[in-house]
Design a protein around this ligand. Structure first.
Ligand SMILES: Cc1cc2nc3c(=O)[nH]c(=O)nc-3n(C[C@H](O)[C@H](O)[C@H](O)COP(=O)(O)OP(=O)(O)OC[C@H]3O[C@@H](n4cnc5c(N)ncnc54)[C@H](O)[C@@H]3O)c2cc1C
Ligand code: SF4
Length: 518
């Protein structure tokens, strides 16, 4: 039997590739699910038109997702915290100035992701043992089962679509207005290093523009790897075992042994197979590898693509945005190429209005909000957020080690002193070009949170052509192992800025597809 551990984007992609080879696959997964009462509400949504969705149900799925003026918010889904549940029990950890995201849920962090998907380019993969050419067919395979919302625009010049079935989403009025302004100054913006286009999103064409993306898509239009899991379950060669927490792997007599405990009873359970593919997300996978190697107190580094937030005010308003039917994921991508700031691509995702903006302002104004309704609406018609990412070479990182006595993961920030300078440089560059963007970045409120916050992290066991200890070969096998492959971002030698998950999936697909070649 071949085992895949984890049902997030990496595990699902790898399992898909193995099944396409005609192999028999068992997926082991901690697999925590959404509460059944919330799942029932979603069934109602899927089977009805948005006009008939009742307010109580919408209120329930909005739950406790709250915006704060610090720019952060609790990102649950469908009003539930199930993506993060039981993590402290099964992956005990301490994080000093790090914001790690770990999930033991069916579908992993794809339950709560922003679905932005832009591929990597060779210029950003200088330290990888493979090039984009070796990922190309796997990007295509992934985009054959994950829907892509995209437009064939200028981004294609640098970032191929890798899909023939992509469909556009309707942009909001704010996006249409901004795009017009950018288009009118395109050549000058391009000459200054800005390449822009519509966002690329893993969203299907069933979107009904209900504006609830931040709370979890009521009709499942945003890709969640759980939906592919349900498809894989229809294949007789695929088996799914949930409520399993994998702890260690070892090899003996040409077989691989997997030691785990059950989630329900905390009882030990073992599995023996021909090969195992680990896809538990970088932090959980790193813990399994350190336990397996008995590498206690050994410090490794997890690289991070630094997240930052710059609010932007447009010169002119796009009226009535609060009442518009729109989607609230990223609407525009601006890729910035400027060697004075970074030797790598800087990824800027533009988010337009969503009701969390209004809620944050209402929270500040309290009972005085009705008095300020007019100026607040004027502000919202102009407000946009840039969520930016840097390449890991320009970012902070964090250390990770497994404490011997407690089996606790200890993580601590490794701050790159140049991060603030780089992000201030991005701010300054947008400010200098404000008359082209017809928008001004708001001074003094750029947010630069701790590493890990953006969840674009990996690289504790990087792939190398000649792997040493605590490194992996180009098929994700840690030094000393032949039957254990790591297929999530744990093996990324560096983390480019242009969104991590599409390449996590393509790389997992690549490693799964190579099964017969080993
Ligand atoms: C708020 C948010 C927004 C994001 N937005 C984007 C975005 O727009 N674009 C983008 O590219 N990326 C985004 N990401 C990152 C993206 O979600 C991750 O890159 C992606 O989910 C990683 O996939 P994975 O399969 O490697 O791991 P995960 O999604 O973490 O899945 C891990 C799987 O392993 C299982 N598991 C874990 N430990 C064990 C164990 N010990 N035993 C058994 N099973 C286990 C879990 O149940 C889960 O099924 C975002 C993340 C967050 C948190
Ligand atoms: S707007 Fe967002 S939440 Fe609503 S259907 Fe479209 S993708 Fe889903």
């Amino acid at each position: 039997m071949i085992y895949v551990v984890g049902s997030g984007p990496a595990g699902i992609s790898c399992a898909h590739a193995l099944l396409c080879k005609g192999l028999e696959v068992t997926m082991l997964d901690s697999g925590i699910e959404l509460e059944s009462e919330r799942a029932k509400i979603l069934e109602k949504f899927v089977n009805s038109k948005p006009e008939s969705w009742d307010l109580d149900s919408i209120h329930t799925i909005k739950g406790n997702t709250v915006a704060s003026t610090s720019g952060s918010f609790f990102k649950g889904v469908y009003g539930s915290d199930f993506p993060y549940r039981e993590v402290t029990a099964y992956i005990p950890h301490e994080a000093k100035n790090v914001q790690p995201r770990i999930s033991l849920a069916k579908g992993g962090l794809s339950n709560i992701w922003g679905a932005a998907v832009l591929p990597y380019i060779d210029e950003d993969l200088a330290d990888w043992p493979l090039s984009v050419k070796e990922l190309t067919s796997h990007y295509e395979s992934v985009l054959s089962f994950m829907d892509l919302a995209a437009v064939n625009d200028d981004l294609v010049n640098k970032f191929p679509l890798y899909s023939k079935t992509y469909k556009p989403l309707n942009p909001s009025n704010q996006t249409i207005d901004l795009m017009k302004d950018l288009e009118s100054s395109k050549s000058i913006l391009n000459s200054k290093g800005f390449l822009f286009g519509h966002s690329r999103l893993a969203v299907n064409s069933n979107c009904v523009y209900c504006g609830l993306c931040h709370y979890g898509c009521p009709i499942g239009a945003i890709y969640n790897s759980s939906s592919t899991l349900e498809e894989l379950k229809k294949n007789k060669s695929f088996h799914y075992i949930k409520d399993v927490i994998v702890q260690k792997v070892s090899e003996l007599n040409n077989k691989v042994n997997i030691s785990a405990i059950t989630r329900t009873k905390n009882e030990p359970i073992t599995f023996t197979g021909e090969r195992v593919y680990l896809a538990c997300g970088v932090i959980s996978t790193t813990k399994i590898l350190l336990e397996s190697l008995e590498a206690y107190d050994k410090e490794l580094t997890i690289k991070d693509s630094q997240w930052f937030l710059i609010p932007l005010i447009r010169y002119k308003k796009s009226p009535g945005i609060v009442n518009e039917n729109l989607y609230t994921l990223s609407q525009l991508f601006v890729e910035l190429f400027d060697l004075n700031l970074s030797k790598n691509t800087i990824n800027l995702q533009l988010y337009m209005y969503n009701d969390l903006f209004l809620n944050a302002i209402k929270n500040i104004l309290g009972f005085t909000y009705p008095l300020f309704k007019f100026p607040v609406n004027e502000l919202l018609d102009r407000l946009m957020l840039i969520m930016g990412y840097l390449h890991s070479d320009s970012s902070s990182a964090f250390s990770v080690k497994l404490e011997k006595n407690t089996s606790k993961l200890i993580m601590e920030a490794k701050i790159n002193k140049n991060v603030n300078k780089t992000i201030n440089g991005v701010y300054k560059k947008i400010f200098e070009n404000r008359n082209l963007f017809k928008a001004i970045p708001i001074p003094g409120i750029t947010k630069i949170p701790n590493p890990g916050y953006g969840s674009h992290s990996g690289g504790s066991f990087p792939m190398r052509l000649k792997p040493k200890d605590f490194e992996t070969d180009s098929l994700g096998r840690p030094s000393g192992f032949f039957k254990v492959h790591v297929v999530d971002s744990t093996v990324f030698p560096s983390i480019p800025a242009t969104t991590i998950t599409l390449t996590v999936m393509a790389n997992a697909y690549r490693i799964g597809s190579a099964y017969n070649e080993i």
